[in-house]
Design a binder for this molecule. Structure first.
Ligand SMILES: CCCCCCCCCCCC(=O)SCCNC(=O)CCNC(=O)[C@H](O)C(C)(C)COP(=O)(O)OP(=O)(O)OC[C@H]1O[C@@H](n2cnc3c(N)ncnc32)[C@H](O)[C@@H]1OP(=O)(O)O
Length: 142
């Protein structure tokens, strides 16, 4: 599968049944310090890539939990790779881990683990109904 996105994911492919690889490059406009990525970009790109593992299995899911370890500063505009794999599945939950590395030596820059919950396609419609209820009843909050 090929494609680009505003986060700088340039290519994705499955490697075997449970692992996916992503070619990534942090765009200059995601800079947080001099020549290094903002931490929000690192978290977002790991969320994106890990969350694509169920999608590559044609399963729609949403992030329920995400934990990120920032191991080293992430340089902008350099070739990077994310490897994401399924640790285990339990019911509708996918436990997924991943690593962001600097190419070509695969030096570890960040690690992530999280839980993705499978949803049916009506997930976003239900959300729109919930949002309309919020607008109709300001102050209710649930
Ligand atoms: C058509 C357009 C296509 C468009 C296609 C485009 C693809 C878009 C993909 C976008 C992905 C994103 O950006 S996601 C964006 C960031 N994430 C989100 O917006 C998610 C917001 N949170 C939620 O919607 C909700 O909290 C959920 C869905 C995560 C959980 O809701 P829920 O009401 O608790 O669901 P429920 O069915 O009861 O729970 C399912 C199972 O997950 C477990 N579970 C629930 N929350 C958690 C949790 N935080 N940590 C661990 N486990 C959890 C429950 O125990 C249960 O286990 P068991 O009983 O089954 O064992």
């Amino acid at each position: 599968m090929r494609g680009t996105c505003r986060l700088g994911v340039e290519r994705e492919r499955l490697e075997g049944e449970d692992t996916a690889l992503f070619d990534v490059r942090c765009p200059r406009d995601q800079e947080g310090g001099p020549d290094v990525a903002h931490g929000g970009w690192t978290a977002a790109v790991l969320d994106e890539c890990l969350g694509h593992v169920p999608l590559l299995h044609r399963v729609l899911s949403v992030t329920a939990e995400l934990s990120v370890s920032f191991v080293k500063p992430v340089p902008v505009e350099r070739p990077l790779e994310v490897r994401a794999w399924v640790e285990r599945r339990a019911g509708s939950r996918w436990y997924i881990r991943g690593e962001l590395v600097l190419l070509p030596n695969r030096a570890l820059l960040a690690k992530a683990s999280g839980i993705w919950v499978q949803r049916d396609p009506a997930h976003f419609d239900r959300h729109q109904r919930w949002l309309a209820e919020q607008d109709a009843e300001p102050g209710r909050g649930d």
